[in-house]
Design a binder for this molecule. Structure first.
Ligand code: 2AM
Length: 124
């Protein structure tokens, strides 16, 4: 883990498995997650806290020791919103950010060593 604050958004496309995300898609997902937290709205328990796990070998270029939060980032410009009456799978990819919306990383379950693990997305 490394700390340098604040981390700027990626300048190019971020690739998670076969999904690609632009900086504006990342910003939209962070804003949706922060809005949900500010509204006390936690569809299917997202956002929730993201922990820096040594085994996941992800460099979090964020401030200090967190807390950091994860929220699904969805392909094709979709914004994640799951309710009991409208379940939406969170998919494989997550954006990580601080409560104030500072970007930390984009990570994915695709290609992780374990089913619940994460790896960093390329170019994040
Ligand atoms: P998820 O919350 O995005 O689905 C059970 O092991 C859950 O832990 C998984 O569903 C998984 O991701 C989540 N998980 C895996 N690594 C994590 C981490 N570093 N911090 C927080 N949750 C993590």
């Amino acid at each position: 883990m490394a700390a340098s604050l604040p981390r700027s958004l990626p300048s190019g496309t971020v690739t998670c498995g076969s999904n690609k995300y632009t900086a504006s898609a990342i910003t939209a997902a962070i804003n949706a997650g922060v809005d949900d937290m500010n509204s006390d709205y936690y569809p299917d328990n997202y956002p929730h806290q993201y922990y820096d796990e040594a085994s996941e070998d992800i460099t979090l270029y964020c401030s200090g020791s967190g807390p950091w939060y994860e929220f699904p980032i969805m392909p094709n410009g979709k914004i994640y919103d799951s309710t009991s009456s409208n379940y939406v799978s969170p998919g494989t990819d997550r954006v990580i950010f601080t409560a104030s919306g500072t970007y930390c990383a984009v990570v994915t379950h695709t290609g992780a060593a374990s089913y619940d693990g994460f790896v960093a997305c390329k170019g994040d």
